[in-house]
Design a protein around this ligand. Structure first.
Ligand code: GLA
Length: 396
């Protein structure tokens, strides 16, 4: 759990690293935060023009930042040796292996520069309390905190939505993951006490209250690395694009896969391969689960919301093929507990984290039961944390 103390000590480590790598001569850095996220429902719908329901959490990425005027970009992180030091004119259009994780920040700089016309460079040190590459969107949080910081130190007055768009372009254009808009929008637009209902086809959005006193969100980290995440993810994006093309040719001219109905799919059954049919079936049925889940959330019916989560997990595991034994075990073990409402993997899948919605005060007991089952099967100890809705992105 995030405490005042854990946050304070992380900020001190960031400050120490800043002083060690960049000195303090040119002025004190300013500090910013952007949250990670879980997604309650709407699995893999964002890049098919569907609706998603992410919740920004109280964990994320912090950054200490200072403006420069000599055109150098210097990026460091408390958890890594690597310091990237590059001239702003040498960054290029795509990340390079030597940039490592710093590619997210450099991609944002490129988009920010293009959008605002500023130049001069910056020093930045990152630190985070969201586990890297576990499906909680550490990369989107790095992108959003970089954008937020640049906007503040260069006084460019961009909106949160502008920052989300720049962050998303950094990930898809500069880094090269063909992700949808969910993670960057979830981080940039987060509001305390609310989840984001994002209609990705617009995009348009609304904030829906989430009652943390009626339902706890327990995250369960499988500790299984998401090795296939990038290749598998890009493959799903390509499969959805192919299914869309076929449906547009044979059924109707919708602009997004999420707009088709199950009847449309059945009409095109003979021209869709089995794999494409199953991918498309996940997308169109997940849209129905979103509708039911959002209606349940709006009437504070966490029991029904949980049922939609469990059904969503089954669909990503069978039709979309992005789950794995570890995530199925975590969600199955959680669902077997009376105190849970429902469970699913979160993020892209292929490993990483799952979430379960739990009756208030029961998370510790549920975690103990799931841990025992998981350890017995895999000989690995999963990690658990009760997530809270955070403050959203801010300057500290
Ligand atoms: C990753 C991507 C998101 C989204 C999810 C799956 O987190 O970055 O855009 O597609 O997977 O819902």
């Amino acid at each position: 759990m995030v405490t005042e103390n854990s946050r304070k000590s992380l900020l001190e480590r960031i400050d120490r690293r800043f002083r060690a790598d960049f000195g303090v001569a040119e002025g004190e850095p300013r500090r910013f935060f952007a949250p990670g996220r879980i997604n309650l429902l709407g699995a893999h719908l964002d890049y098919s023009g569907g609706d998603v329901l992410p919740m920004a959490i109280d964990r994320g990425i912090y950054a200490a930042v200072r403006r420069r005027s000599d055109g150098r970009l210097r990026l460091a992180s408390v958890d890594q040796e690597l310091v990237v030091d590059v001239a702003e004119d040498d960054v290029g259009l795509h990340t390079r292996p030597e940039f490592g994780w710093a590619g997210y920040g450099l991609g944002v700089w490129q988009g920010f520069r293009q959008r605002t016309g500023v130049s001069g460079g910056f020093d930045i040190v990152f630190g985070g309390d969201v586990p890297m590459a576990s499906g909680l969107s550490s990369s989107a949080a790095i992108e959003v905190v970089t954008g937020l910081a640049l906007d503040a130190i260069f006084e460019t007055g961009l909106s949160r939505q502008d920052l989300a768009v720049i962050a998303h372009a950094a990930e898809t254009g500069f880094v090269g993951l063909r992700c949808g808009i969910m993670d960057q929008f979830a981080s940039a637009l987060a509001q305390p006490g609310h989840v984001l209902l994002l209609h990705c086809a617009g995009p348009t959005f609304e904030h829906v209250p989430f009652d943390g006193a009626a339902c706890e969100v327990l995250v369960m980290d499988s500790k299984k690395p998401r090795e296939l995440a990038k290749s598998g993810f890009n493959q799903r994006v390509a499969e959805c694009a192919s299914a869309l093309e076929i449906l547009r040719t044979h059924v109707r001219e919708h602009s997004h896969l999420a707009m088709f109905s199950i009847e449309d799919l059945l009409r095109a059954r003979s021209v869709l391969s089995d794999v494409l049919f199953r991918r498309a079936r996940h997308v169109v049925t997940e849209m129905r689960r979103m509708e039911a889940g959002v209606a349940a959330l709006k009437r504070h019916d966490y029991e029904s919301l949980g049922e939609q989560l469990t059904a969503s997990h089954l669909s990503v595991a069978t039709d979309y093929d992005v789950s794995c034994d570890e995530l199925d075990e975590l969600t199955g073990a959680a669902d077997a507990q009376d105190a849970t409402f429902g469970s699913r993997l979160t993020g892209a899948g292929f490993g990483g984290c799952a979430i379960t919605l739990v009756k208030p005060g029961e998370s510790e007991r549920v975690a103990a039961a799931v841990r025992e089952r998981y350890e017995a099967r895999f000989g690995v100890t999963p990690e658990f944390d009760v997530l809270r809705i955070g403050t959203g992105p801010c300057e500290l």
